[in-house]
Design a protein around this ligand. Structure first.
Ligand code: DHK
Length: 152
């Protein structure tokens, strides 16, 4: 099982940006946690981050035939991007929408997700800001679960 993990704009600044919302762990920390959890689940992951909408579209399109699933945090593009919605719909790869913060408790514009109709599941509120003593961020555990390998 081969999973593509895509992170959108400003997620490279995790640990620096608004730690009270996004937590104090860095993007590198997040990648390491995801890789460790993927190994536990027996799935292989490729993790990428970009600040550019078109790059996300290109990566989603290129995932056809190469990946069995996508874990997608489009970040700010969640609330604006018909192009990313179209790309996910076009490739037909099961995609899980992920967010670090609890969107339901934030500004009204963040409660609109353009990509959600194309996704098979959504996970919000993964920030270590809300669970400072928790060893792992929830995205690594919850978001990979739909793709858990059937193999022992
Ligand atoms: C990350 C962002 O950068 C914001 O623009 C979204 C999302 C929320 C997150 O919680 O992961 O509104």
């Amino acid at each position: 099982m081969n999973i593509l993990i895509l992170n959108g704009p400003n997620l490279n600044l995790l640990g620096l940006r608004e730690p009270e919302i996004y937590g104090s762990r860095t993007y590198d920390d997040l990648c390491k946690l995801i890789e460790a959890h993927a190994a536990e689940l027996g799935v292989s992951v490729e993790i990428r981050q970009t600040n550019h909408e078109g790059v996300l579209v290109d990566w989603i399109q290129a995932a056809r035939g190469k990946f069995d699933g996508i874990v997608l945090n489009p970040a700010a593009y969640t609330h604006t991007s018909v192009a990313i919605l179209d790309a996910v719909q076009a490739v037909g790869i099961p995609t899980v929408e992920v967010h670090i913060s609890d969107l339901s408790q934030r500004e009204p514009f963040r409660q609109i997700s353009y990509v959600r109709p194309a996704c098979v599941a959504v996970t919000c509120s993964c920030s270590s800001a809300r669970r400072p003593r928790q060893r792992s961020l929830r995205p690594s555990s919850q978001c990979l679960r739909p793709f858990r390998s059937e193999q022992p």
